[in-house]
Design a protein around this ligand. Structure first.
Ligand code: MG
Ligand code: MG
Ligand code: MG
Length: 306
């Protein structure tokens, strides 16, 4: 039978991996046996913590898709963040919690967009709508995605739906969400073995507005200074990336997950988009209370573009 691939965005995060796995399980429960989760990049350390906890394997890597390949997108829709060849794939369905941009299809599709804090929260509702029981493994996958995307419900992207889902799922999984969540998030902040080049690529997303191409990369940490200790080398790598990909702007966001603030490092010939809104010193600015790329940084950048 023809395979249908399910995947989240490039530089996959915990929601992208867990929601792909959850969607595959949901499809199987609904009688669709030919859908399979895939990933568009390396599993990060936070997600690896989840997979190890559950003793399960990551989905297989998908490098590109052929023309006409049937696919299901979770946790993203923008083609700039999707698999190589996506323009010619047949998108059957999207389940996402981001803005809709740089996206079009030639055929009708199922598209579920809800402004929740996490894709897994949408899938959790779908499990309930279909009347499926949720087992411990499924619950832990959803819990992990929700904790990751909402930073343990502290991100401004968090909704009542995420809170409610997390509460109900923690009862099924019988785990202490705070203890598990802190351990999981901390696993993701171990950046010690990454080069500067890797740091700026771990969780980078590309955007385009009014012909301005920009990239926002984000890392979670418990020490902002630690990540920026080699700023010169970081800037070198960012400038290289700007050249390679023809970017106008690169914003590197270093998020302190304990205090819920971020420092940004901004480069590119259109860094005025940022500097006209916030003073940059040494290409940097501290953003109090800012943790969310989609709800805080992207709108901030786009306001500067207008
Ligand atoms: Mg994501
Ligand atoms: Mg997400
Ligand atoms: Mg994220």
């Amino acid at each position: 039978m023809e395979k249908i691939f399910i995947f989240g965005h490039k530089n996959p995060d915990t929601d992208s991996i867990c929601s792909s796995l959850i969607r595959e399980i949901l499809d199987k429960k609904n009688g669709y046996t030919n859908t399979e989760a895939r990933r568009l990049g390396k599993v990060n350390k936070e997600t690896q913590y989840v997979l190890d906890y559950l003793q399960i394997e990551a989905p297989e890597l998908l490098e590109k898709v052929e023309e006409g390949q049937k696919v299901i997108l979770v946790d993203h829709n923008e083609f700039t963040q999707s698999v190589e060849g996506i323009e010619k794939a047949e998108i059957l369905s999207v389940v996402d919690h981001h803005r809709i941009a740089n996206f079009q299809t030639s055929s009708p599709l199922y598209y579920t967009a809800k402004p929740y804090g996490c894709t897994a929260t949408i899938l959790y509702e779908e499990f309930k709508q279909f009347g499926h029981e949720i087992d411990k493994k499924e619950a832990v996958l959803m819990i992990s995605a929700i904790i990751s995307d909402t930073l343990l419900l502290k991100s401004p992207t968090t909704t009542k739906k995420d809170e409610q889902a997390l509460k109900e799922l923690s009862e099924i999984a019988k785990i202490d969400v705070n203890t598990y969540g802190i351990e999981m998030l901390k696993a993701g902040t171990d950046l010690s073995e990454f080069s500067e080049e890797e740091l700026i690529n771990l969780d980078a997303k590309k955007f385009e507005k009014d012909n301005i191409k920009y990239k926002i990369a984000q890392v979670n940490t418990v020490s902002i200074d630690d990540v920026l200790k080699n700023q010169v080398k970081l800037e070198e790598e960012i400038n290289k990336k700007i050249k390679e990909e023809g970017l106008d702007l690169f914003v590197f966001v270093i998020t302190d997950i304990l205090n819920n603030n971020s420092e940004i490092l901004v480069l590119g010939n259109r860094s005025d988009i940022i500097s006209k809104q916030v003073e940059l010193k040494n290409n940097r600015a501290f953003l109090e209370g800012v943790v969310s790329r989609k709800k805080q940084i992207v709108p901030f950048v786009e306001k500067g573009i207008q």
